[in-house]
Design a protein around this ligand. Structure first.
Ligand code: DHB
Ligand code: MG
Length: 221
């Protein structure tokens, strides 16, 4: 039966249906289109968020009235653009990208969109730079889309540096289907899930590769 299949993870989406839904609900303007196409234009890996995932990120940030956001893994700036658009004019995004070429493309994409003053691109290793960001917090949201074997480390930093009611979101939470394997990367991703479930009201939304979404709960007094 259809319902049972979809609850077991089967899906009805096709490329045509996804395209119709995206065009109907959130047609992309020139800046978003340029950002989405930037990895292909610059010979970078085409591993940016899907269009609907970008839109969902934007809506979640608006719902929580996020003002200060940290992103780990900028790539060419497509998700950063969705995040920056969700912020009020006094809001700010710090986005971390270790690859200098990718950071350069992202700076161009975000500058072209006129959002350069709302975004700081940190060209650094996330595990090294995150501790130095503490003084700019607490943050309203943290979005992870970087090296999957360190989501546990990044998730712990987020837990410590988010305000209560802040959002933690992680892309690729199914680890390309490898989440349950016996590997260091899979164990790190499972720790991310399990620690998130303790400190956040959370769900793993069944996007193609899983989008973990959590709202940080206030510590019991
Ligand atoms: C890869 C990374 C991602 O963040 C993603 O969404 C898809 C693929 C990758 O490293 O291959
Ligand atoms: Mg990803």
């Amino acid at each position: 039966m259809a319902d049972q299949s979809s609850r077991a993870g089967e899906r009805y989406a096709s490329a045509q249906i996804l395209d119709y839904a995206a065009r109907t609900h959130h047609p992309e303007d020139r800046a978003l289109g340029r950002a989405f196409d930037a990895p292909a234009r610059h010979g970078m890996p085409e591993i940016q968020l899907g269009q609907a995932e970008g839109r969902l990120l934007e809506l979640l940030l608006r719902l929580t009235q996020a003002r200060k956001v940290v992103e780990v893994g900028t790539l060419a700036g497509y998700s950063a653009l969705w995040i920056a658009r969700a912020l009020p004019s006094d809001g700010h995004l710090w986005t971390i990208e270790a690859n200098p070429k990718h950071a350069g493309v992202a700076a161009e994409v975000i500058g072209e969109a006129g959002l350069g003053d709302r975004v700081t691109i940190l060209r650094a290793d996330a595990a090294e730079i995150l501790p130095t960001l503490r003084d700019s917090g607490p943050f309203c949201a943290v979005f992870l889309d970087a090296d999957k074997g360190r989501y546990d480390v990044y998730g712990r930093w987020a837990t410590e540096n988010l305000r209560s009611g802040g959002l933690l979101i992680g892309d690729n939470a199914y680890l390309f289907g490898r989440l349950l394997e016996d590997s260091d990367e899979a164990r790190a991703m499972r720790r991310f899930h399990e620690e998130m479930a303790i400190n956040f009201d959370s769900v793993c939304v069944p996007t193609p590769d899983g989008l973990a979404v959590g709202l940080k709960v206030a510590p019991v007094a």
